[in-house]
Structures are given as structure tokens and as C-alpha cells.
Design a protein around this ligand. Structure first.
Ligand code: OFO
Length: 161
């Protein structure tokens, strides 16, 4: 059985994954409004992926015979200073989520919850990919700098996701 402490932390992470989805949807809307349609598409796909992450927590909590507690979501921003600022914020957010996942796994270990540990290992690996993907986009954006041509090529590439 899930301990109350771990259950609370899993429900908090369910909320954090929904917020990730909400944040990336807000970024997608911003990019669409700024006519960066490829970036908007990439972020919209990311938003959907975050929803899937949230549902993994939802299903896991229910499969353990515990109660899902949905909570309020904070309001995300609706404007960023530049495409680089959008993806730097994405990378910072993913680093924050990685820290959360690691703490959650530490808690599952402390609570001797073996199914919880196995479940969370998927997220540990996923976060490595999430950070790498965001880092690559940030690096490439820094390469192109303010060049409109470079940004448009990058926009087209991100639209192929
Ligand atoms: Fe759910 O991985 Fe990003 O936040």
C-alpha cells in the first residue's frame, strides 16, 4: 500500500505534469502569435506529451488503490521576450522537473515502496531525454542568434516534430 506521504507527493507530481502541459501550451500560443509556427507545433506536441506524463501518475495512483487528487494550476505567462527565451525557460523548467522526479524517487526508496521506484525509473530516463532535447534547441538558437534566416530554418525543423 502507498504511504500517505508518497501518495501526496505523487499527486503533487501529477499536478506538476499538468502544469508542464499548461506551460508549453501557453508557449505554443505565444509562438503561434509571433508567426513561429514550427516552434508552436513543437511546443503543442510537448504539451500533449506532458499530459501523457500526468496520466501515467493518474493511472499509477489508481492502480495502487489510492485516491487521485486534482488541484488548481498556476497561471502560466503568455509572453516571452524571444524564441531563445521560450526555449531557455523550457530547459529551466525541465531541470526543475528532473529535480522533483529525483526527490520523488528518493522518497519512494525511503518509504520502501518498490513498485513506486520501478514506476519512477521511467521518468528518470525520460528527464534525461527532455533536458537533452531542450538543450539542443537552446544551443542551436544561440548559434543562429538574431539572424531571421537562421530562425526560420530552425522554425521549419521544429515543425517537423
Ligand atoms: Fe514531464 O517531462 Fe517535461 O516536464
Amino acid at each position: 500500500m502507498l504511504s500517505q506521504k508518497l501518495l501526496d507527493a505523487l499527486n503533487d507530481q501529477l499536478n506538476a505534469e499538468y502544469y508542464s502541459s499548461y506551460l508549453y501550451l501557453a508557449m505554443s500560443a505565444h509562438c503561434e502569435a509571433e508567426s513561429f509556427r514550427g516552434m508552436a507545433h513543437w511546443l503543442r506536441e510537448q504539451s500533449k506529451e506532458e499530459m501523457e506524463h500526468a496520466m501515467k501518475f493518474y493511472d499509477f495512483i489508481l492502480s495502487r488503490g489510492a485516491r487521485v487528487q486534482l488541484k488548481e494550476l498556476p497561471t502560466p505567462p503568455n509572453h516571452w521576450a524571444s524564441p531563445l527565451a521560450v526555449f531557455e525557460a523550457t530547459l529551466a523548467h525541465e531541470r526543475h522537473i528532473t529535480e522533483r522526479i529525483h526527490k520523488l524517487l528518493d522518497l519512494a526508496v525511503a518509504e520502501h515502496d518498490h513498485p513506486g521506484q520501478v514506476f519512477l525509473h521511467w521518468f528518470v530516463n525520460e528527464q534525461v531525454e527532455e533536458e537533452a532535447a531542450a538543450q539542443l534547441i537552446v544551443d542551436r538558437m544561440k548559434m543562429v542568434g538574431d539572424s531571421p534566416g537562421g530562425l526560420l530554418i530552425l522554425d521549419r525543423e521544429l515543425g517537423a516534430r
